[in-house]
Design a protein around this ligand. Structure first.
Ligand SMILES: C[S@@+](CC[C@H](N)C(=O)[O-])C[C@H]1O[C@@H](n2cnc3c(N)ncnc32)[C@H](O)[C@@H]1O
Length: 212
């Protein structure tokens, strides 16, 4: 398994992280690393997803950003399905379906809203609880439903480099490591995305996964 250390040094991360946490898109909070916004744009152009799932809506800024990127990349009809424990109240946008749900119980949400029927390719972004169990729950559910070629990003393994992963029981990096080891024949790390700006110069080290 590749190292999960990002290319960011601790002093850089301290200021970079405060920028990420205060960033807004169209006036709405959007907690995205700018490097990863670039990687997402490239991924979406290459994949041309027909369905995009985001777990962790927060204020809805990232769902808005994804809807705009999809429109700009030739996928204006691709729905953004954005899931959170609470739905943002201030955003009405025909391109986005905000659904109330828990990452630990996505199966019932899939059944209730017939999400299995959404067309592939899928692009899935897990950006919710960041706990080991939450990441594993999302990875396990989507692994069974994704088709070859579909992509999944697990956000914020950078928590390790920020010294915060113990609080998340190992968080995204421990989950990715266990998941990729146990799914070596069906998932691969998309290193061309993780390493686009330097080896794991991303908030999502080894976090861009492709179903093969
Ligand atoms: C980091 S924020 C999401 C940021 C957003 N994607 C963005 O880029 O702006 C994490 C979100 O996950 C949600 N969350 C936390 N635990 C969750 C769970 N068990 N199931 C679903 N969502 C959860 C929180 O309510 C919070 O809004």
């Amino acid at each position: 398994m590749r190292s999960f250390q990002t290319a960011f040094t601790r002093p850089i991360l301290e200021t970079y992280q405060s920028g990420v946490m205060s960033y807004t898109y169209k006036g709405v909070r959007c907690l995205k690393s700018p490097v990863d916004i670039s990687i997402y744009m490239r991924l979406i152009w290459d994949l041309k997803p027909r369905s995009l799932f985001e777990i962790g809506s927060h204020s809805g800024g990232s769902a808005l950003l994804f809807a705009d990127i999809l429109g700009n990349m030739g996928c204006p009809d691709t729905p953004v399905i954005s899931i959170d424990l609470e739905i943002p109240q201030d955003i009405e946008d025909d391109r986005i379906r905000f659904l109330k749900g828990n990452v630990l119980d996505l199966a019932s949400l899939f059944d209730a809203h017939k999400l299995d029927a959404l067309p592939h390719p899928w692009f899935v972004i897990e950006d919710s609880a960041h706990s080991y169990s939450g990441c594993m729950a999302a990875l396990t559910l989507f692994a069974e439903r994704m088709a070859p070629g579909d992509m999944l990003a697990v956000e914020d393994g950078v928590l390790d480099d920020l010294g915060m992963s113990a609080k998340y029981d190992g968080g995204p990096n421990r989950a990715i490591s266990d998941f990729v080891s146990s799914h070596a024949e069906s998932f691969e790390i998309a290193t061309h995305l993780c390493d686009m700006f330097g080896v794991n110069a991303t908030y999502n080290p080894n976090g861009y996964l492709r179903k093969v």
